[in-house]
Ligand binder design. Structure first.
Ligand code: NAD
Length: 321
């Protein structure tokens, strides 16, 4: 069995590798060659932790396995990140456990890849200003991946605690793009693309604050009850997602669906746009919204690449199992 420790991931896999792997698996999902199994997520009644599994199989790449881990809210006290995970890959021909891969950085990279893929396929070609809502751990990965995707002229950012925006300013400076902290009204007036990456349980962005033609990548809502934008805004947009079942149950679309403003049949898998079976954005005035819920197949796709790279560069450990 191959082990790729967390400490090796940063030196092995690039954001570009993750972008390609996630784009391919979204396309495979839309061709019905890859599917996610039902997600398990439980409050374990210890350390206030949430623990679970995301798993699936891609018949095209033969990636089979699961990501296991969750959220330990008091980990900061021990100098650890709150989100902890490991990805287990199995041999699709024999069922043997093939590899265990550190999943913390890969989770951030595959999540950032998903929003960047949505920008590639759905944002207007003339999009120039990027709006960021949220400035937590994931936000810097999101911003880097978006700036790699398009030549944005400017980044505008909002966070409930404005002091944290310094993180985004630093990433923008790395990429030589001007950054400005703004209120939500100005963010909506200026941004052509908006990424939301918060852990909010109530709408932050209102319909009236978003201009026609905007592309929204809503990435923070991955649990029942979380919400980043008004349900009416979701209903006013053409909604794309990684997986429709998750979008309806735990994604940003859950509230619009529950309110009867949107049907599951209105939601489009982003993979169909990648495959060319859906045209994607139809006009410069259409609001497009990507509901990025985060699927296990994304984790398996990037972990498979990490294993291949670790083997080819001799940094994987192999043990008898
Ligand atoms: P974090 O705790 O580091 O940051 C949370 C961010 O949300 C901060 O900017 C914080 O100020 C903001 N926030 C918290 N409460 C808020 C509120 N009530 N109103 C407005 N803003 C608020 O978390 P993170 O690791 O950056 O993750 C952000 C979100 O992304 C989480 O909800 C996480 O579960 C989700 N996530 C999604 C995926 C996916 O695939 N879609 C993957 C990983 C994480």
């Amino acid at each position: 069995m191959i082990i790729v420790p967390e400490r090796e991931i940063a030196g092995l896999i690039t954001a570009a590798d993750c972008f390609t792997a996630v784009e391919q698996v979204f396309a495979s999902m839309a061709r019905k060659s890859a599917y996610n199994f039902p997600v398990i997520r439980e409050a374990i009644g210890h350390a206030d932790a949430l623990y679970g599994f995301k798993s699936g199989f891609d018949r095209e790449s033969l990636a089979l396995g699961l990501k296991s881990g969750g959220f330990w809210p008091r980990n900061g006290e021990q100098g650890l990140t709150n989100h902890q995970s490991a990805i287990f890959l199995f041999d699709a021909d024999s069922g043997q456990c093939r590899a265990v891969v550190g999943g913390n950085l890969l989770t951030a990279l595959r999540t950032a890849a998903a929003s960047a893929i949505s920008i590639k396929h759905l944002a207007r070609p003339d999009a120039k200003v990027l709006g960021m809502i949220g400035a937590g751990h994931q936000s810097t990965f999101q911003l880097r991946a978006a700036l790699d995707q398009r030549a944005f002229d400017k980044v505008v950012g909002w966070n409930i605690d404005p002091g944290a925006l310094i993180r985004l300013e630093a990433v923008a400076a790395e990429k030589n793009v001007p950054f400005e902290a703004v209120d939500l009204v100005r963010l909506g007036e200026e941004a052509d693309v908006i990424i939301t990456i918060t852990s909010s349980f109530a709408p932050i962005l209102r319909t009236s604050q978003v201009r026609p033609g905007t592309h929204l990548a809503c990435m923070g809502t991955d649990t029942k009850g979380k919400q980043e934008v008004e349900a009416e805004l979701v209903a006013a947009a053409t909604v794309f997602t990684d997986e429709i079942a998750q979008s309806v149950q735990i994604g940003e679309a859950q509230h619009a669906v529950a309110a009867g403003l949107l049907a599951a049949s209105d939601i489009v898998e982003l993979g169909t746009v990648i495959n060319g079976t859906h045209p994607g954005r139809r006009s410069d005035r259409e609001i497009t919204l990507f509901d990025g819920t985060g699927v296990g197949l994304q984790d398996l796709a990037v972990a498979s690449v990490a294993v291949d790279l670790a083997m080819s560069r001799g940094v994987a450990s192999e043990i008898e199992f």
